[in-house]
Ligand binder design. Structure first.
Ligand code: PAF
Length: 295
């Protein structure tokens, strides 16, 4: 049904838009027709994980806007901003085939004036984990997501569970700053062997890719131990560290067993507790997580 609505309303094929001003007309037209709008923010180099977000967005709204923007603000000075993989032509083909209505791919100057003086900074939710490992990262993420919410004014926005701290912060952003946007978190899509899909997997050499599987082995084992009745946070964490130690070349930043609201370590795990890992495999930093009781 959503596909029919789309054909009669927006356009028969996707539009690629670079300017904020050019997005306004099709979005106003959709709103005039009473259509709901879903936003899927991405940094491009689309893989099946992103396209799953598009599918989820389509279930929630008649019009799907996908943004592709490698956001310089969320990369630290020694991070991979310049070498982050980009392929706008390939992204456009994939997005169109998946039924995206509007692909918004602004150049950096379109989103950031050189004399900008305002950013959106998180409070305590960003103190630990990714926030501690990547100072300023979440200010970059929340600033660009705020801008995208203001530009697109979506009814719903879809983010991936793989970036669980980001997802938690964006839910807080929408609530605390009264955006009136429903935030939907979509499941992580995995390769057949369990590796979470990520644009950064493209950096992994074959041997590194094999080593990276220890993240999934660890998360699955902790999750299975929980399902088998182990609720003690310390015991679950110890099990996780034992499995991570089987790949000594993988440098673990953190293994966190935390509650889903505050992302603080729990003494006793329960349904919904998050187990999250960040680790460096060669030069590539990977993150992954599971929600206990949900596998
Ligand atoms: O998850 C990402 O790809 C990015 O952090 C996001 C949400 C698109 C903001 O740049």
């Amino acid at each position: 049904m959503a596909a029919d609505i789309r054909m009669t309303t927006i356009a028969s094929s996707m539009r690629l838009i670079e300017k904020i001003a050019s997005l306004r007309a099709p979005l106003s037209e959709a709103r005039r027709r009473g259509q709901s709008i879903a936003l899927v923010p991405t940094m491009g180099y689309l893989h099946e994980g992103h396209l799953h977000l598009v599918d989820v967005a389509r279930r929630h709204a008649a019009v799907v806007v996908l943004s592709v923007f490698v956001n310089p603000l969320q990369f630290g000075p020694h991070e991979d901003f310049t070498r982050y993989p980009r392929d706008l032509e390939g992204d456009a083909m994939k997005a169109e085939r998946r039924g995206v209505d509007l692909l918004f791919a602004p150049p950096v100057e379109e989103l950031y004036a050189s004399d900008r003086t305002v950013a959106v900074t998180p409070l305590s939710l960003a103190d630990r984990w990714e926030g501690a490992a990547r100072p300023g990262h979440f200010t970059g993420v929340l600033t660009v997501v705020t801008k995208l919410f203001n530009i697109v004014q979506p009814t719903v926005a879809v983010f991936g569970q793989k970036d669980i701290q980001q997802a938690t912060l964006i839910k807080a952003l929408a609530r605390d700053l009264d955006f009136g946007v429903k935030i939907v978190i979509a499941n992580t899509v995995r390769e057949p062997d369990g590796l979470a899909m990520s644009s950064r997997n493209a950096y992994l050499a074959p041997e590194e890719r094999r080593r990276a599987l220890v993240l999934w082995r660890t998360l699955r084992a902790v999750s299975e131990a929980f399902d088998a009745g182990e609720y003690d946070g310390v015991e679950l964490e110890q099990l996780g560290w034992e499995i991570l130690a089987t790949e000594p070349e993988v440098q673990v930043d953190y293994l966190a067993i935390v509650d889903p609201q505050r992302l603080e370590p729990v003494a006793v795990a329960e349904q919904g507790t998050i187990v999250a890992i960040a680790a460096r495999v060669g030069g590539t930093r990977l993150i992954d997580n599971v929600i206990l009781g949900a596998l």
